[in-house]
Design a protein around this ligand. Structure first.
Ligand SMILES: [Zn+2]
Length: 154
C-alpha cells in the first residue's frame, strides 16, 4: 500500500545526503521509535526529523496557508499533528534519544543546514546533558553552541 506520507521529499534527501557526507551511517523511517523518525543513528542514539512546514504546522510564512474551505477541520488537524509531534519528542527524550527537528523551510540555506547537522552530530553536542524540561528550549540552539566549541577546538 502506498504511504500517504511522502518519504523521499527534497528536503529530507538534502539532509540525508549531508549526514552521509559527514561519514555517518543511519537507518531510515524506524517505525519502532516514537514518531517514526526519518533518520536514526542507533549507535549515537540520535534521531533527525525533517518536518514539512505545512503538515506539522510550523507557523512560518510558508505554513500559514490554511486551506480556505473547512477551516475548522484544518485547524483541529494541525493542532493534533502538533500535539502528536510534541508527544513523540518527549517519548524519544525519555528513551535517551537526542532529537533534532529540521523544518523544511530551514533546508534552503545549505551552509546553515550543514552547520546545524554537524553541530547536532558532533560528539560534544551538549543537549545530552540537559534535563528533559530544558531540552526543548535547548535543542534548537545546539548547533550554534557546538559550532562555537568546534571553532575553539580547531
Ligand atoms: Zn517552516
Amino acid at each position: 500500500m502506498a504511504s500517504i506520507r511522502s518519504k523521499d521529499t527534497g528536503p529530507e534527501l538534502a539532509v540525508r545526503r549531508m549526514v552521509h557526507a559527514m561519514g555517518f551511517r543511519y537507518r531510515l523511517h524506524v517505525k519502532a521509535l516514537p514518531g517514526c523518525p526519518d533518520i536514526v543513528l542507533p549507535r549515537h542514539r540520535k534521531v533527525i526529523f525533517v518536518h514539512g512546514c505545512f503538515w506539522h504546522a510550523h507557523g512560518c510564512a510558508e505554513s500559514r496557508r490554511t486551506p480556505a474551505s473547512n477551516k475548522k477541520f484544518w485547524k483541529e488537524k494541525f493542532a493534533r499533528n502538533k500535539a502528536r509531534d510534541a508527544k513523540n519528542l518527549h517519548a524519544l527524550w525519555r528513551g535517551g534519544w537526542q532529537v533534532l527537528v529540521i523544518w523544511e523551510c530551514e533546508t534552503k540555506d545549505a551552509a546553515q543546514l550543514r552547520t546545524r547537522i554537524a553541530g547536532f552530530l558532533a560528539p560534544t553536542a551538549r543537549a545530552a546533558n540537559y534535563p528533559l524540561d530544558e531540552q526543548h528550549a535547548v535543542y534548537g540552539m545546539v548547533a550554534e553552541e557546538t559550532e562555537i566549541e568546534i571553532k575553539n577546538k580547531f
